[in-house]
Write a protein that binds this ligand. Sequence first.
Ligand code: PYC
Length: 316
Amino acid sequence: MSTTDVRVQVIDSHTAGEPTRVVLTGGPDLGTCSLSERRKRFRGTADDFRKMLIDEPRGNEAMVGALLCEPTDPECATGVIFFNNRGYLGMCGHGTIGVAVTLAYLKRIGPGSHKIETPVGIISVELHDAHSASIQNVPSYRLHAGITVDVPELGTVTGDVAWGGNWFFLTEAPLPLSPDRIPEITTAALRVRTALSEQGIFGTDGAEIDHVEFFAPAQSATANSRNFVLCPGGAYDRSPCGTGLSAKLACLAADGKLAPGERWVQESIIGSRFEGSYQGGTDGRILPRITGNAYIVSESQLIQQTGDPFGRGIPM
Ligand code: PYC
């Protein structure tokens, strides 16, 4: 063993099937500035760490990393910066539920309400028990309703653009949402995403719409709808996507199809589920509440040995 080997202590969990890797020790020191500034520093000075943690052979395309950091607001239980195989996320719903369940596993928080600081604002999380938590997400809203985009092989696609902590294009699924069709569904979603950016359709301030969300009728009688979510790095979300469900709730609220406090059960492409509801916010913004379950799957130390040709992950 070389003394210069990099060692990182992590806990892995999954929330409704979607993995979260929480970094406990060995992550980059990003200082004590705002979380959005620390996210910039992470991108600028420690991006190799993200790749080492997320890319194969230590991670996989679906993995979301969560770097715990000191919050600037002492009322917060922790600060967190989320990242994946493509880069850095504003917020992550499944990841926050995974962080809450991980902090509970470590006995750092107990049942009840806790605040968590993210680069896009402070959110609150209510831990119900060892495996279940609800998040009160950032204010979410629909930016464009019924916008059309011309997509090769699919034709004219109509959908909404909404913010739920990340940017989403939400539209009806162009093919059945069954797990055996995931490669074709992914190709269709990638085509939609490329067409959006080529046709100049963006979020606020020209932000890239990096998530595409397809909807179809639920397969379970106790869910309202089934979705498929394309994540920025090309992987699909195994969970119903917390920020994607927040964006969906904003659209349902704007269309008058879901009242404040009413429950919406969202089923994912693999059949896992989140429950959502909202309270009215201001300026047409809603305050979404998302509930889901997470389970710990491993507690381990990742090692980057000196000389490993894939020490920084396999470029994807
Ligand atoms: O649950 O918000 C979410 C999420 C974003 C990307 C993957 N999961």
